[in-house]
Every structure is written in C-alpha cells, then in structure tokens.
Design a protein around this ligand. Structure first.
Ligand code: ADP
Ligand code: MG
Length: 302
C-alpha cells in the first residue's frame, strides 16, 4: 500500500476529439502526506482543474488511478471538500442552506440547531453574516465564492480541494480567508491540495509547490519545498532571506521553463524532481538511496 495519504499513480487524461485527441497530462505520479498543504501552479490550460476534478471523483482518468486513505477514488465523497473555480452553488438555496445542506449530510445525528450554529460560524468567518438568507443570484461573485469556501470548510473533509479559491476576492477578504484557512488547517490536520496562480499566496500557505509544464501533455516537472518556518505571516514572511530564493525559482519556472519543458517527457519512472531553493548548491543528484547532506536537486519518484 502507498505510504502516502493521497497518491496519483500514472495519471493520464485524454479528451477524445474527431480531429486529434487532446492529451491533457500524462503519467502523473504524485503523493501527498497526511496533513500536507500542497499548491499546484501552472499556466492556464495546462490541466490543473482537470486534475482537481479527477481527485474529486467528478471525472475519471483515461488511465492510472487516485488512491486516498487506501481506497481508490471512484466518485465524489464527503471526505473530499471541493471549492470550484466557478463557485458552483445550488441556485435555489440560500447561502445558509447551501452550507447547512453539506453539514447535515456530514453529521446526520446533529439537531437542526447544531447544524445551523455550525454553518453560521463558517459563514461568519467569511464575512457573510448579513447575507445568510440570500440566494446566489442576489450575491456578488466574490460573495458566492465565499459561500462555497464556507461550505467546503464546514464539512471538515479529510481532503480539501481548492481551485483558485481566492481569485475573485478583494485583497482584504483574501487575506482574512487565507489566515482562516491556515488556522483551520493547523487545527484539523486536513490535507490540502490547492490550485493558485499567485506565487506569493503559494509561498505563504504551502509546504510544497508542484510546478506544471505547459500543455498539452503537461506534467508535474518539479516539487518545490517551501522551507520557511511557520507560523508565516503575510507582512513578515517576505523578510525571510530565503523568501526571494523560493519566489525567484517559482517565477523563473513560470516565465521560462514551463514553456521550454512543454511536451518533454518525464523519466521512465515518471519521477518529479524535488527542489529546495533555499539550499545554495545547485547540483542535480540522482537519488541512489544514499543520504546526501545538502542536495538542491534530489530525484525521487513521488
Ligand atoms: N471536458 C473537456 N473536453 C475537452 N477538452 C477539455 C475539457 N475540459 C478541459 N479541456 C481542455 O483541457 C485542457 C486543460 O483544461 P483545464 O484543466 O481547465 O486547465 P487549467 O485549469 O490548468 O487552466 C484545456 O486545453 C481545456 O480546453
Ligand atoms: Mg482551471
């Protein structure tokens, strides 16, 4: 059995088409440890949302599998909470009902009062205490996104899948909800897999950032360790001397290497290179099983 809480094993997704089949990504092999916070970054269209849909069990891979907690993912489950890119709420339910619906399903033994109090707590957390009884059509895009964040957090899933969840929010609200996310994650030991296009957000939140090459045939080329001490605060983390080493590495990948590596194939084992930009050495070390004291590049099959 995999040593990981969540593992993607040989994951490939092809969308068939009359002209040429669209190979979105190929042979992705990634593992997440329990309680880990992992962000994935890549250019638009490289397949991030498709990976998320497969992890959520809403789409199936063309080949390969997703294993969570020892079981193959074969459909949606309350163990996996999803915040979609396009804030999908049930339009005929109020903000409160959209959240309490999931809470009720998750905790069928709770009284109505317990369900409402718990749901209200999460809606207040995202600043929607004034809008509990409004339906999605009466809410702005950012408010709808906050309802879907409250809904996902309130069901306390083992795995949180977040697809650019804060993209539609103003900077102030985004900061508040990022802080809440770190707090909830710290308290619950949830595992988080989050798509973002914001490099600074990824460095603030993640233990590891996965970097995807441009599609088609995208792959996860690097797994970058965010070796900064926690707790991290938005206003002080940038003072860490290692912050810009990490940031420069991520930006350089996005600006240059994601395109250069586009269409390239991974090694026979589908391995991903693990990189710690805070280490000063720049040699690429094959993982021979021997302990290397200070590797910047370590090749491992994740
Ligand atoms: N249902 C679908 N049918 C055909 N092509 C799709 C479908 N969904 C996504 N794609 C294509 O797959 C690629 C990856 O899409 P997506 O996962 O949404 O990218 P990202 O989230 O990284 O921006 C894109 O080229 C997109 O057009
Ligand atoms: Mg997307």
């Amino acid at each position: 059995m995999s040593k990981y809480f969540l593992s993607m094993e040989g994951l490939t997704k092809i969308f068939p088409s009359k002209e040429e089949d669209m190979v979105v990504f190929e042979n992705i092999n990634i593992g997440l440890n329990k309680g880990e916070f992992v962000c994935i970054i890549g250019h638009s269209g490289c397949g991030k949302s498709t990976i998320m849909n497969v992890l959520a069990g809403l789409d199936s891979p063309t080949s390969g599998s997703v294993i969570m907690d020892g079981h193959e993912v074969s459909g949606p489950s309350l163990d996996r909470g999803v915040v979609f890119q396009n804030y999908s709420l049930l339009p005929w339910l109020t903000a409160m009902q959209n959240v309490s619906f999931g809470v009720k399903a998750r905790c069928p033994d709770w009284t109505r009062e317990q369900v409402i109090a718990h749901s209200r707590k999460y809606l207040e957390m995202v600043g929607l205490e004034e809008s509990l009884n409004k339906k999605p059509a009466q809410l702005s895009g950012g408010m709808r996104q906050r309802v879907s964040i409250a809904r996902a957090f309130a069901t306390n899933p083992k795995l949180l899948l977040l697809d650019e969840p804060f993209g539609a929010l103003d900077a102030l609200t985004r900061g508040i909800i990022q802080d809440e996310l770190i707090k909830i994650w710290g308290e619950t030991q949830q595992t988080v897999f989050m798509i973002t296009h914001d490099v600074d957000e990824a460095i603030l939140l993640a233990d590891r950032v996965l970097l995807m090459t441009n599609g088609p045939k995208a792959r996860v080329a690097e797994s970058v360790l965010i070796n900064l001490p926690r707790p991290r605060k938005r206003d002080t983390v940038i003072d860490d001397p290692n912050y810009y080493k990490i940031r420069n590495h991520l930006v350089h990948f996005l600006v240059k290497r994601s395109e250069e590596l586009s269409g390239s194939v991974s090694d026979e084992d589908g391995g991903t290179i693990v990189i710690d930009p805070t280490k000063d050495t720049s040699t690429k070390v094959e993982n021979t099983g021997e302990q290397d004291t200070n590797p910047q590049y370590e090749r491992v099959a994740l």
